[in-house]
Design a protein around this ligand. Sequence first.
Ligand code: FES
Length: 106
Amino acid sequence: VVDIIFIEPDGTKRSLEVKEGLSLMEAAIANNVQGIVAECGGAGSCATCHGYIDENWMEIVGAAGLDETEMLEFVSGLSTTSRLTCQIDVNSRLNGMVVRVPETQG
Ligand code: FES
């Protein structure tokens, strides 16, 4: 398992143990992390799974692909660390990563 820390919109810190291969979004939904909505169920077409990746992890996580970048145009509060959490699969290199959930989705 991989440790992933989500910071919910109200500042609550949630430490999850996530099975490799799940997406960050799937882990968040399974653990009822507040603020991750995931309306499209992970198809990359709703942008309600927006999260901010901790800067220290951006290099490992990498930048959004073209389709994802287009979807991110729709989020409010877009940042250079913005990603759609359904597009990131958890692997051991992400152990200890922090993901901050924005206050509003969409
Ligand atoms: S769950 Fe819809 S874009 Fe990620």
